[in-house]
Design a protein around this ligand. Structure first.
Ligand code: ZN
Length: 276
């Protein structure tokens, strides 16, 4: 069966790239951007596509950070857009620790915006996403079955990336960054062992094109050893910035909970067999 054609649009977001796949039967938003990106998404749909944002049939939230999850609830509220995410998503900012983490992450986003845009916009957002569709590893996306969700924890506990096998196209969300042609591990790396396995998993997909949230939006030339070199980079000692960001990222209750589980599992088995 011939695969359904789509046009991929790149929308420059507040501090990240947004990707919108346009099909005749509807639009797929690969991630929700920051809360202030909802207006950008709306304007793009109306002005460039001459379609209503209500035609977004599905928006995925790859993980709970303000530049990826920030717009989610507002997109649903304003335009009835259904949201899809990993089942653990809402735990990341739950409780008092989660609220502190959300505020810190918004401040971190604003510090990037100050450097890159020079002008600040609203950042705080409603993080009770309560996904309409829960995505597990390997699930096809509702309405867009050519796209699959792939669970790749490490940056957080619940990261998803999206893979289109027909196009050999991988939306990598925050699993790595690209700065001036150089690929880097994400900020922060909360679970290095999981991220190592996640890099292996993404490498096994052998994508020929990458969509990148932070950096050059699309890369059609991928270094053959990209995922091995990212695994290698995980072994390098943290620098001042990565250490600082990690230190500011331990307030989510999930970090403590999962670390404790990992430790228990290590002491029980004498080896780390804990996996997600
Ligand atoms: Zn992130």
């Amino acid at each position: 069966m011939p695969s359904e054609t789509f046009t991929l649009h790149i929308i420059p977001g507040y501090i990240e790239n947004l990707f919108l796949a346009e099909y005749e039967h509807g639009l797929l938003l690969l991630d929700c951007g920051a809360v202030n990106d909802v207006k950008r998404i709306e304007d793009f749909c109306r002005q460039n596509l001459h379609r209503s944002p209500a035609e977004i049939k599905l928006a995925v939230v790859t993980h709970m950070h303000p530049d990826h999850a920030g717009g989610a609830v507002l997109l649903r509220k304003n335009f009835g857009v259904p949201l899809a995410a990993h089942q653990e998503l809402d735990r990341w900012y739950a409780g008092p620790g989660g609220f502190i983490q959300k505020v810190i992450d918004c401040v971190l986003m604003q510090s990037v915006a100050r450097r890159t845009r020079g002008k600040l916009e609203k950042a705080l957002f409603n993080s009770r996403i309560q996904a309409d569709y829960v995505l597990a590893d390997g699930d096809s996306l509702p309405f867009f079955p050519e796209w699959k969700a792939v669970a790749v924890p490490g940056h957080t506990s619940h990261d998803l990336v999206l893979y289109h096998a027909g196009e050999s196209l991988l939306y990598a969300a925050d699993c790595f960054l690209e700065v001036k042609g150089r690929y880097q591990t994400p900020l922060p790396v909360m679970f290095p062992q999981w991220l190592e396995a996640s890099f292996q998993k993404m490498g096994a997909l052998q994508p020929s094109s990458l969509l990148i949230a932070h950096g050059e939006a699309r890369r059609d030339q991928i270094p053959a050893d990209l995922f091995q070199s990212l695994q290698h980079l995980l072994q390098t000692p943290p620098n001042k910035l990565t250490r600082q960001v990690k230190r500011l990222s331990v307030y989510t209750p999930e970090y403590r909970r999962l670390n404790k589980l990992q430790k228990q599992s290590r002491s029980k088995d004498g080896a780390n067999k804990f996996s997600v």
